[in-house]
Design a protein around this ligand. Structure first.
Ligand code: PMP
Length: 359
């Protein structure tokens, strides 16, 4: 009997592996450090606005998300036509690849990097070209530039890179962009931009504003702590932003997410104080882990990276973390990513790093 079959590339799509919740441990508070979430709950005012919006769920949301577009345009001092909202940055990744790539096309990105990239590429029937990150978890931009062929339509640059945590400098990004043909779309995925504290940091907004082939991705999921509401956005030249909006599902950004997004942007200063708190915690964790002898890469997102050489070692580390009530995210065989979370969880991680055999 014949049954309906998806395209072969769809059947080959790997499943998205989400970070697991921590196991219940009687007598021990357990923590989820597996999904790069913000440990802080939404700000009070944001929840009230969201609850009020939830009272209107019998109506469709504003299809044009007018208020949120305007709030983002004001916040970034860009025209609203250069903004494209969607149900998380991950949806924009799918929209981008589907809009710009077909079966003959290639998409270049670093690996390991964000695991939604290869899924989005296969969903569009295109071919993923993965370029190994350096030993220190940084993008090998020379190799990525060399990997661009006549078939390349899109290049993803993830900075800070999920899961390795390292960021590019603006100088490095500019030099790379010089080498990319103008018809190739470069997606600068800045999901963790608000956590970056380094010299010569990438300024995604200035980068896309000076070019026709650059799009920047941002999200309310990380610094803004609204992961559960699913709202992210692209900032891009009007032609690209228009294409992304055309590829979006109608009414995708729901009524609660729109209201929470606007309310969060109004409280940006307060939210960024929380981000500062997490950045201080990040420094404590990085210093604490390094002090135990680990050579972990620079961490510019809200997470750190432990490189391992085998799937077994990744699993052992994840199991040891689970034992002390913290759920981490293994990426076998390369390593394990751990989100910066509540202070107690971070302290347990430093302690675990000190006890876990390296090598
Ligand atoms: N890009 C990167 C690099 C990410 O790590 C994530 C979330 N894990 C996203 C995009 C997607 O974020 P969201 O869909 O929650 O906006």
């Amino acid at each position: 009997m014949t049954t309906p079959q998806p395209r072969p590339s769809v059947a080959a799509m790997p499943a998205y592996v989400a970070g697991k919740p921590p196991a219940e441990r009687p007598g021990l508070v357990t923590y989820k450090l597996s999904s790069n979430e913000n440990p802080f709950p939404p700000l009070d005012g944001v929840l009230e606005v969201a609850a009020e919006a939830a009272g209107k769920v019998n109506r469709y949301p504003d299809a044009g998300s007018t208020e949120l577009y305007e709030a983002l345009a004001t916040a970034y001092r860009v025209p609203a036509e250069e903004v494209a909202l969607s149900t998380g940055a991950v949806a924009l990744i799918f929209q981008l690849v589907s809009a710009y790539c077909g079966p003959e096309d290639e998409v270049v990105f670093a690996w390991r990097s964000f695991e939604a990239y290869p899924i989005a590429v296969l969903a569009a029937g295109a071919t993923a070209v993965k370029v190994q990150v350096n030993d220190d978890g940084r993008h090998d931009l020379d190799a990525m530039a060399e990997a661009i062929t006549e078939r390349t339509k899109v290049v993803f640059v993830c900075t800070p890179n999920n899961p390795t945590g390292t960021s590019l400098t603006q100088t490095e990004l500019d030099a790379f962009l010089e080498k990319v043909p103008e018809q190739v779309l470069v997606v600068v995925d800045e999901a963790y931009a608000e956590f970056v504290r380094m010299d010569d940091a990438v300024d995604g907004i200035a980068t896309y504003r000076g070019r026709e082939n650059v799009v920047v991705l941002r999200t309310f999921s990380k610094a803004y702590g609204l992961a559960g509401f699913r709202v992210g956005y692209a900032l891009a030249p009007a032609a690209i932003a228009t294409t992304l909006r055309a590829m979006a599902l109608p009414f995708g950004v729901n009524v609660v997410a729109q209201a929470a997004g606007v309310a969060s942007l109004e409280r940006r200063a307060e939210l960024m104080e929380r981000v500062d708190t997490l950045v201080v915690e990040r420094a404590r964790v990085v210093d604490g882990v390094r002090a135990t002898g680990w050579d972990i890469p620079d961490a510019q997102g809200n997470f750190i990276w432990f490189a391992f050489s085998s799937a077994d070692r990744c699993a052992e580390f994840a199991a040891a973390a689970d034992e002390v009530g913290i759920m981490v995210r293994p990426y076998p065989p390369e390593g394990v990513r751990v989100t910066i979370g509540e202070a107690e969880a971070n302290t347990r991680l430093i302690d675990l790093a000190g006890r876990f055999p390296r090598g």
